[in-house]
Design a protein around this ligand. Sequence first.
Ligand code: NAI
Length: 336
Amino acid sequence: MKIAVFSTRPYDREFLDHANEAAGGRHAFSWYEARLNANTANLARGHDCVCAFVNDQLGAEVLEILAGQGTRLIALRSAGFNNVDLEAARRLGLSIGRVPAYSPDAIAEHAVALILSLNRKIHKAYARVREGNFALEGLLGFDLKGKVAGVIGTGRIGINVARILKGFGCEVLASDPFETPELTQIGGRYVPREELLARCDIISLHCPLTPDTHHLIGREAIRTMKPGVMLINTSRGAVMDARAVIAGLKSGQVGYVGLDVYEEEEDLFFEDLSEQVIRDDVFVRLMTFPNVLITGHQGFFTREAMTAIAGTTLANISAFEETGTPLHPVPVERRG
Ligand code: NAI
């Protein structure tokens, strides 16, 4: 199939090329660095398939342009499809494929990397040592062993975080409307969310963004937490209210924050903005705290996860070519 790949970075090209070679080189790619939107959609003219990522725009206007130019399949390189107008896709007869799961270990391990780095101040120590400053003042950490760690959402990623933290000797508490016996098997315990918030030294978020979890970590929740708590978010930015977190950091109620996601990340992440002025004042304020560590949505970025994403994306495309349906279709009849 002829595939127009949007938001292409060199690493996307490397992994998709490799997956295509493994599939016998049956597909032909056109690589576009540009994000997909109404201005760039005409680049896909004559391509049966458009391959898109999380910040590409797939609203009705863009889908109409794509369908009018001959595109029949949208192959998402992500699990989420909140950027696709499914009603428009249905109306236009477009199929949507996605990558439902890829290396939950990658994201779990990144969450733990944030915990360890924040605690032992590795980011500060790295800069200090490079400047010949070997003083230890300001680098004091704590033992993870014996601390209470809370996991909100014990799905594919959260259960792995629980397992790793149990390995460090933490007491692991969890909250999830759908409990899995795996948690008890690894020595964790489900408790009401209120108890988790009140008792934990570390709280890590691994639930999806839903109306119920929107701003789950807000002013009220932070007020009930243990003073000096460490908050980790590798799920979706809007699960945390960034303004409430800033207030908590200023008062000292929140002791550490590790983020891989941010509510307004679409305008920031995956781009080199080092020569530009960042206009998001909330984000810039967050970056000023010495006890905040932010990464730009890189939790998924391991060789294993990228291999899985590329492989599943091409499997979707090949299946569509053979049967008219991607391997992992997004149901376009209704949202959800
Ligand atoms: P999953 O669907 O396997 O697990 C999510 C869990 O959250 C489920 O057990 C569900 O019952 C639970 N949940 C739902 N509502 C809840 C609530 N109100 N309170 C507590 N738990 C609740 O999803 P998975 O694969 O573990 O992903 C978790 C999150 O990680 C998602 O938000 C996903 O978008 C994010 N993610 C982040 C990546 C990154 O690079 N930072 C990459 C991939 C996923």
